[in-house]
Design a protein around this ligand. Structure first.
Ligand code: SAH
Length: 282
């Protein structure tokens, strides 16, 4: 018998319909930064599980026939546990659905896409990964800050850390080396620690820093300062998440290269939804 188009469940040997999961990067916000491949999957999806940092304009591309589930953080700060998301992806796929797991930015950059892929592969589910423009690329481009530049930085590092532990978690000696750009995927709460540690480990206090707020959307703001001045300046500015911090001499280029006019931006902002797998819409 031809079994090419059928899927054999590894557990019970029962031949079932062929489900498929796409782990899709939605990019940083601007809907036009979505890949064509991502767009096509949203159009043909039967089930979509999406995160907090997916802009409303991108959600509008999802097929009207798809079931959608918000699995990001709710106002109450709860999010669906990762294990629950993994399980849901596996279950829908085993029911033969075309499933899209839609994430902000790129699924493999601080997006837990690796963990989801592991869970799916372990269950022998057919999968694909569709990369997205990560926040560092999108926000820096729209802020007029080239992440590398022959006169400024020969390497770039993407960094994240937990609010409580970044002081001990990160290798500050390595981060404070010259000739590189640092991009911190982290909230405002960590900015003070970051500045203090980088100065303590040898970066000049006048190193330029940009904090990019809601990058690529019509709420996009680029705040510029230095390691020494920035934390205070931010506190005064009523900044809303998500925010990305760029540290290094490339930031000085913003003054002449800023080009983006947020009033012409096509993304209004991010979904700040209600929880979860239970919150069923169609
Ligand atoms: N997978 C995502 C990152 C998820 S971690 C990616 O590749 O971009 C979430 C963090 O990303 C946020 O806390 C923030 O630091 C950053 N971020 C994501 N989108 C952003 C945006 N539009 N503007 C500023 N920061 C953003």
């Amino acid at each position: 018998m031809e079994s090419e188009h059928e899927q054999t469940s590894p557990k019970n040997g029962v031949v079932g319909p062929k489900g498929f999961v796409s782990l899709v990067g939605a990019g940083p916000g601007d809907p036009e930064l979505l890949t064509l491949k991502a767009y096509n999957r949203l159009q043909t999806a039967e089930v979509v599980l999406y995160d907090r940092l997916v802009s409303n304009e991108i959600l509008a591309f999802i097929s009207a026939h798809a079931q959608r589930f918000y699995v990001g953080k709710a106002a109450s700060k709860h999010s669906v546990p990762q294990e629950g998301i993994n399980q849901a992806l596996v279950t829908w796929a085993k029911q033969g659905k075309r499933v899209v797991r839609l994430k902000g930015g790129d699924p493999f950059i601080f997006g837990r896409g690796g963990e989801e892929l592991e869970a799916l592969v372990a269950e022998h589910i057919s999968v694909e990964v569709i990369p997205g423009i990560t926040a560092a690329s999108g926000c820096a481009a729209y802020a007029g800050i080239p992440l590398t530049h022959r006169d400024h930085a020969q390497s770039v590092r993407f960094i994240t850390g937990h609010l409580q532990q970044i002081e001990s978690e990160l290798d500050w000696d390595a981060l404070a080396r010259p000739g590189q750009t640092l991009v911190f995927y982290m909230g405002l709460g960590s900015v003070e620690t970051m500045s203090r540690e980088l100065i303590a480990h040898g970066l000049p206090a006048e190193t330029p820093v940009a904090l990019i707020e809601q990058g690529t959307t019509n709420q996009h703001r680029t705040h510029i300062g230095t390691l020494a001045t920035l934390p205070d300046a931010f506190l005064a500015d009523q900044i809303k998440p998500p925010t990305l911090v760029v540290v290094g001499s490339v930031v000085s280029l913003h003054a002449k290269l800023a080009w983006f006019d947020r009033l012409s931006a096509k993304a209004s902002g991010f979904h700040t939804g209600k929880h979860a797998l239970l919150d069923k819409r169609s």
